[in-house]
Design a binder for this molecule. Structure first.
Ligand SMILES: NC(=O)c1ccc[n+]([C@@H]2O[C@H](COP(=O)([O-])OP(=O)(O)OC[C@H]3O[C@@H](n4cnc5c(N)ncnc54)[C@H](OP(=O)(O)O)[C@@H]3O)[C@@H](O)[C@H]2O)c1
Length: 360
């Protein structure tokens, strides 16, 4: 990389995910945060003033970000586009508004690496887990052609729930998974909440997260899709059934998975496939990439949310309890950090991959 850092803006910088971006980028070797944007409620204050009383981390606000004036992500789009090479998007806004605003930035030659769900189903927008479908960068070329955008483009990051189990199923691909039943146990930070702002979760489990089950069933099929004839064709297998519940933990989405495989395997075969998964982007040497990407625990009581969510600086996926299942054949437990791998960290890794592949 050249000495000069790539300039970055964060839309939704004051929120739960936005703050995570600020902490992950504080010492980033390639990226320099030069613009922070949020709603009109925060605009005009310094970043330190805007997050005063709602900063979620023990480490202080990085000094060079704390003094930046917060811009309005909607009204100040032109100013932001003039200052940055690309933006991360993490705004809580109506989906149609997010779709339009992200397209506006891209049309102004500013690539958008989004955490929002608004564009995940858009046909020419890639949905990246870089270790699985990095080759979907081809869809960026198709998108630019479709929309006559020269430098701008939009990429999305999948829902936080799926990053615990999709990497494991990918590692078992040679055994041809056909049906998957997944139950997710999701942290409150996934709803942008803390224990202070979500008292009803204390001593409780809430068996409904709006829209989450559909995303958990559909989005993997886009990640496993194939690009041909200028478009992405969704995969049609495995069929996934998801049940998503909110549990009283701060960070970390744990899942239990039952699955059917078309091919015969032993327990040792499956654990070996997880442990020996060949990460296709390992040779890119990306600063945020965990090594290893997947880790299998032999202990019966691992992975545990509190103990293992920070594995690989919150970017690694941990797996355990692989065993036979009398209904679908096999079952296991897996875990990932929802605001790091599942949100800001996954987006930073995507941006790093896009730099190495020449898109940023
Ligand atoms: N939390 C997670 O684990 C997670 C995981 C994956 C994806 N996501 C997605 O990431 C996005 C942000 O989630 P979050 O949990 O960080 O939400 P959040 O804590 O509620 O933060 C929302 C952010 O959006 C800004 N915003 C709200 N209204 C706006 C407007 N009219 N114009 C511009 N900015 C506006 C807020 O600015 P103000 O501070 O000025 O109000 C704040 O910066 C959501 O789309 C969410 O679905 C979250």
């Amino acid at each position: 990389m050249s000495e000069k850092k790539i300039t970055v803006g964060i839309l939704g910088a004051t929120g739960m995910v936005g703050q995570r971006f600020i902490t992950l980028l504080a010492e980033h070797p390639w990226f320099n945060v030069v613009a922070v944007a949020a709603s009109s409620r925060s605009a005009g204050q310094t970043y330190a003033e805007a997050v005063h009383g709602r900063w979620n981390y023990d480490a202080p606000v990085p000094a060079h970000v704390g003094t930046l004036k917060v811009l309005d992500a909607v009204k100040d789009a032109d100013t932001i586009c003039e200052q940055v090479n690309f933006v991360f998007s993490a705004m809580s806004l109506d989906k149609a508004q997010v779709r339009n605003l992200e397209a506006e930035y891209a049309s102004k030659n500013t690539p958008v690496v989004s955490n929002n769900s608004a564009h995940r189903r858009t046909e020419d927008v890639p949905l990246f887990i870089p270790e699985i479908n990095h080759h979907h960068t081809e869809l960026i070329d198709i998108q630019r052609k479709n929309r006559s955008w020269e430098k701008g483009f939009i990429t999305a990051k999948p829902n936080c729930s799926i990053q615990s189990y999709v990497p494991v199923i990918e590692a078992l691909n040679e055994f041809e998974p056909t049906r998957v039943a997944v139950s997710t146990f999701q942290a409150i930070s996934g709803a942008g909440k803390t224990f202070d702002t979500y008292p009803e979760i204390s001593d409780n489990i809430i068996p409904y997260i709006g829209g989450e089950e559909q995303k958990s069933e559909d989005e993997p099929l886009k990640i496993w899709g194939e690009i041909s004839d200028g478009e992405l064709k969704l995969a049609d297998s495995p069929v996934i059934s998801a049940t998503c519940v909110r549990v009283p933990v701060s960070d970390g989405h744990l899942v239990t998975v039952n699955m059917e495989l078309a091919k015969q395997a032993t327990k040792e075969d499956l654990i070996d496939a997880i442990n020996s998964y060949e990460n296709p982007i390992a040779d890119l040497d990306l600063p945020s990439a965990p090594s290893p990407f997947l880790k299998y625990f032999e202990e019966d009581d691992r992975p545990q949310t509190k103990l293992d969510r920070d594995f690989g600086n919150g970017m690694g996926i941990t797996v355990g309890r692989l065993r036979e299942d009398p209904v679908l054949g096999w079952k296991f437990v897996a875990l990932s950090h929802n605001t790091i791998r599942g949100a800001a960290g996954g987006a930073v890794l995507t941006a790093e991959m896009l730099v190495k592949k020449g898109y940023l």
